[in-house]
Design a protein around this ligand. Structure first.
Ligand code: NDP
Length: 474
């Protein structure tokens, strides 16, 4: 029997979106000198607000304010810095519903995910690093000092969560921050700026400069920035590495991925299918560690694929604010064009395309969940990051072949292994060149656990004890 779903929309009334937003510099909202740009709701294409555009002069003011604040902030006892971070974490929890709705409106992700995944993790990151602020000398880095001003550039796929990954450890270690959110998703970072005001954070400790790639480039290149942290595409990561080369700036890069999700013939099929779906359709596949290459052992290929198709057919695509929605809107017209281009290339190169019957809304940016079978290793859809709800399915016969295929990528961010056998999990984890290997689960995040890549997926680790190293002069 099929049950019909009634609409279950989350109320928009909890958010108050202003018609325009300034830059957050030295504890205040100020106008930007560049031509403002707009941010839209990707599910409706409705304009949400005008956003200030920071020029290099504005970035300079933000960096100078962070430099001045560094003198005060870095001298505070860790226990005092911890109080501010705990206060921020609690304010995030108090305003969690509002922030989740705002994130879904600006980004397009389902409210179920922003409410149950993003926001709890954002608060957890601040709580976790608040706990470290007065214990740094026990972290194993000696009497390490903070680096100074951190310039941080983040992407649009997890706007507030990436902000938390960057700002929480930086502040805990005594650094101050100039952060640039992505052009398409600035609203939650600006709400966070209000939270800094609410928490009475000393002016200049956190500065938020909105703008396009040029604003990011100005942050990265500023001579008074001591540390650069970037999450985004490998292409921009390369540009940033070139800018920073030859300076004494410290750099961490968290870039793209093309993770293999490997299913062995002894895996529990239903659980594996849930993990495959979560691996690629979570957050519309806009996930750097998405399990975008499914490797299935040949002997169970038919049963896994049949079960996977059945499950994908139940996914609900549509209004991000509906609590029953599984797949929301694609973040931007540009990203949608990229997903379409790569999917078309998949067909042109000979892979077989399948999507369930699903009605997409007329307005906004949408892409139906898609599987490609008969994929060869050489196909673009098996090599390039699609960053959308598109899964490429390949097969293997032996564990050695699975390892060979999984590692045959320029990336190395994450991988998944599905098997009943503990010894096989360890054998695989030893051989997979990926920063994170999940076993019988996928996309599990925790502030205590370090995250980062090998090869073209970047360098440095965020999260956990290792995440402190990036913000200390060790
Ligand atoms: P980008 O790498 O361009 O964006 C990430 C951030 O960097 C944004 O804030 C962006 O600003 C900024 N930026 C852009 N150019 C520069 C520059 N020269 N110097 C400093 N900062 C800069 O990613 P895109 O949004 O263009 O996405 C393209 C592809 O990248 C995706 O399709 C996906 O494959 C991959 N990607 C991977 C992510 C990951 O987590 N690994 C995250 C996002 C994208 P602005 O927003 O104005 O462009």
């Amino acid at each position: 029997m099929m049950f019909e779903y009634a609409p279950a929309p989350e109320s928009r009334d909890v958010v108050d979106i202003k018609s325009s937003y300034g830059l957050f510099v030295n504890g205040e909202f100020v106008e930007g000198s560049g031509k403002p740009f707009k941010t839209v709701n990707p599910a409706t294409e409705e304009k949400l607000a005008e956003i200030a555009n920071a020029t290099s002069d504005d970035v300079d003011r933000a960096v100078q304010s962070a430099r001045k604040a560094f003198g005060v902030w870095s001298q505070l006892p860790g226990s005092e810095r911890a109080k501010y971070l705990f206060r921020i974490a609690r304010l995030i929890q108090e305003r969690a519903r509002e922030l989740a709705v705002l994130e879904s409106i600006d980004n397009g992700k389902p409210i179920r995910e922003s409410r149950d995944v993003d926001l709890p993790l954002v608060a957890a990151h601040f709580f976790y690093y608040a706990g470290w602020a007065d214990k740094l000398k026990y972290a194993g880095y000696g009497d390490a000092r903070p680096l100074g001003v951190a310039g941080q550039v983040i992407p649009w796929n997890f706007p507030l969560l990436m902000l938390a990954w960057k700002i929480a450890p930086a502040l805990a270690c005594g650094n101050t921050v100039v952060l640039k959110p992505a052009e398409t998703t600035p609203l939650t970072a600006l709400a966070f700026a209000e939270i800094c005001q609410q928490a009475d954070l000393p002016p200049g400790v956190v500065n938020i400069v909105t703008g396009a790639g040029q604003t990011g480039a100005a942050v990265v290149a500023h001579p008074d920035v001591n540390k650069v942290a970037f999450t985004g595409s490998t292409e921009v990561g390369r540009i940033i590495a070139r800018t920073v080369a030859g300076t004494d700036k410290k750099l961490t890069l968290e870039l793209g991925g093309k993770a293999a999700n490997i299913v062995f013939d002894d895996a529990a099929v239903d659980q594996a299918v849930e993990g495959i779906v979560n691996g690629i359709f979570f957050n519309q596949g806009h996930v750097c560690c998405a399990g975008s290459r499914l490797l299935v052992q040949e002997s169970v290929y038919d049963v896994v694929l049949e079960s996977l198709k059945r499950r994908v057919s139940t996914l609900r695509v549509g209004d991000p604010l509906d609590k029953n929605t599984d797949i929301g809107a694609i973040n931007s017209a540009e990203q949608l064009a990229k997903i379409r281009e790569l999917s078309d290339a998949g067909e042109a190169e000979g892979a077989a395309r399948w999507s369930p019957a699903c009605e997409l809304p007329a307005k906004g940016f949408w892409f139906a969940p898609t599987l490609f079978t008969e994929v060869a290793q050489s196909h673009r859809i098996a090599r390039e990051e699609i960053f959308g709800p598109v899964l490429s399915v390949l097969t293997f016969r032996t564990p050695a072949e699975a390892v060979e295929k999984a590692n045959n990528t320029p990336y190395g961010l994450s991988a998944g292994v599905w098997t009943e056998k503990g010894s096989r999990i360890l054998w695989m984890a030893d051989r997979l060149r990926a920063g994170v290997v999940w076993a019988n689960t996928f996309n599990k995040f925790d502030p205590t656990s370090p995250f980062g890549g090998y090869k073209e997926s970047g360098y440095g680790r965020e999260g956990g004890l290792r995440g402190l190293e990036a913000y200390l002069d060790v």
